[in-house]
Write a protein of this length. Structure first.
Length: 518
């Protein structure tokens, strides 16, 4: 059964410019772990996609596309959000394998590729061998794949020179972060009846992000900002919005007391939630509740519920770390992704260490174990592997958000556990990040290193949060914690200019700390 992260729609965008602002192994069959009566059962992930010979995203694949002068056909799909190639269509298979270089991209393994070429899952994207995005079809219907491929081939054949001439990088204008404008944007979107901030994630409603606007998200990074703002400006509208949202969330269908809070809902009243659990949302809500100046009895009960859910469903004894995501197999059975994702493991570990010792002995053991596992994902140079499967690296390396969350988690763990080796690992991670990812001309951090040979690789310097804090917001926090307040201020002057959005909440929270002299 095909599951999607947005409503069925076809949104084919012919892009007239590149976007502004990286294992040779073949794509393997994913295996998941099902929890039934506390028993871990390994099962093959149920995918209905046909047997197209997908390549992996690696240097050999990119070299092949450049040698053959063929466009890449990127299939951005993951567990529970695939199925575009379920039909046995020989023409589609022939087109994909003979006229394109077909590449499967799991957005959980390659978030930097999803940021550039995906957005909604599943998505088909046509990418030139130099990295330029030509077209994308988010959540296209399976029976429309054939005509999409034929039209793209015709377009590239008949208008090749025009396409090439129009691939230019759009300039990005940058401006200082405006926390008060962000608060105003949140106030205008606030749902006083149900709590939360209406449909959408607070990110730009354009391009591949447009379809995300039809879901209502908890927006935990915005809630963290509101909690911090209310601590400085007691009795403000921020505190009232936070209180109503927390009350609405805990009482809603989104707050599942068996599996955990779900990722988003399809209605403003939090009904029709997507039945998926993401450690980023669980950790984010726990962090918000821990930040509260004065918790209610309901808040304290919610904290206990979240902590019990983490112990019971979000820690893998086999992997010795926190599970990144869980989805249902059917009405009664759930499976957990066995792959460890550095961002999710690090974020949950950081949140639990920030809670101090007000945790059960079991949670204290789990956070200690997860920190040890995180340290194994850091190379001698300070480069973080994005994902591990049975100790084997998968997917990307050296992603900005991974680097900074791992630094924060290991530094927090080192202070509590008196582990000099973890402290040194955190320092290596930060040193590599500043050296490799900071762009002095832009004045901000890139989200990753550009792959070799991709001259039209779109530059990204993320300040906007999704389910986790944005990379440059975390960088500003690290600079502040290291006493480099002026550098933190300068970084927050380099936000891409557009109407201030709720998704810049993590950066605005750092700005609050700067203004408060923290």
């Amino acid at each position: 059964m095909r599951r999607v992260l947005c409503p069925p729609a076809v949104c084919i965008a012919i892009l007239l410019g590149a976007c502004g602002d990286v294992g040779p192994e073949q794509v393997r069959d994913a295996t998941m772990v099902t929890t039934v009566d506390s028993t871990q059962i390994a099962v093959a992930y149920p995918s209905t996609d046909a047997s197209i010979q997908w390549r992996g995203w690696n240097a050999a694949t990119l070299a092949e596309a450049q040698r053959l002068e063929r466009p890449l056909l990127l299939y951005v799909a993951t567990a529970g959000a695939d199925g575009l190639f379920a039909e046995e269509d020989e023409l589609v298979r022939s087109l994909a394998q003979e006229r394109f270089v077909p590449v499967h991209v799991d957005p959980w393994l390659y978030p930097e590729l999803d940021r550039r070429y995906g957005g909604a899952w599943p998505t088909l994207a046509i990418v030139m061998p130099d990295g330029a995005l030509i077209a994308q079809a988010p959540d296209i219907a399976p029976d429309r794949v054939r005509i999409f491929l034929l039209r793209m081939l015709s377009h590239l054949q008949d208008r090749a020179q025009i396409v090439r001439a129009q691939i230019v990088e759009k300039p990005v204008t940058r401006a200082p972060l405006d926390g008060e404008a962000l608060l105003l944007a949140a106030t205008e979107a606030f749902d006083a009846i149900h709590g939360g901030f209406g449909l959408g994630s607070g990110q730009p409603a354009s391009g591949q992000d447009a379809l995300a606007q039809v879901a209502k998200h908890p927006e935990t990074t915005l809630l963290s900002f509101l909690a911090a703002y209310d601590a400085v400006h007691e009795g403000s509208m921020a505190g009232r919005m936070l209180r109503r949202t927390l009350d609405g969330l805990v009482a809603s269908d989104l707050w599942n007391r068996t599996q955990g809070p779900f990722v988003y809902a399809h209605t403003e009243s939090w009904k029709l939630p997507r039945r998926e659990v993401d450690a980023a949302v669980v950790g984010g809500l726990l962090r918000v509740l821990q930040l509260q100046v004065s918790n209610t009895a309901s808040d304290d009960y919610a904290v206990r519920e979240l902590q019990e859910l983490i112990v019971n469903t979000l820690f893998s004894e086999q992997s010795q770390a926190f599970v990144g995501r869980r989805l249902p197999l059917d009405e009664n059975r759930w499976w957990s992704d066995p792959i460890l994702y550095a961002d999710r493991v690090a974020f949950m570990t950081w949140v639990l260490y920030d809670a101090g010792n007000a945790l059960s002995p079991e949670l204290q053991r789990m956070r200690h174990t997860a920190a040890a596992t995180l340290s194994s994902m850091v190379s001698a140079e300070g480069i973080v592997d994005h994902a591990h499967d049975g100790g084997r690296p998968l997917g990307s390396r050296g992603l900005l958000r991974d680097q900074l969350l791992v630094n924060l988690a290991l530094a927090a763990a080192a202070r509590v556990e008196s582990r000099d080796d973890w402290s040194m690992a955190a320092q290596r991670v930060w040193s590599w990040t500043r050296l490799a990812l900071f762009d002095p001309q832009i004045g901000a951090f890139h989200d990753c290193l550009a792959p070799d040979g991709l001259v039209n690789w779109p530059i990204r310097t993320p300040f906007a949060d999704d389910m986790l804090p944005a990379g440059n917001a975390l960088a500003a926090l690290l600079l502040l914690r290291h006493g480099e307040t002026e550098q933190a201020r300068q970084l927050l002057q380099r936000v891409p200019r557009h109407p201030m959005l709720r998704a810049h909440a993590s950066a605005a929270r750092v700005q609050l700390q700067l203004e408060d002299g923290a």
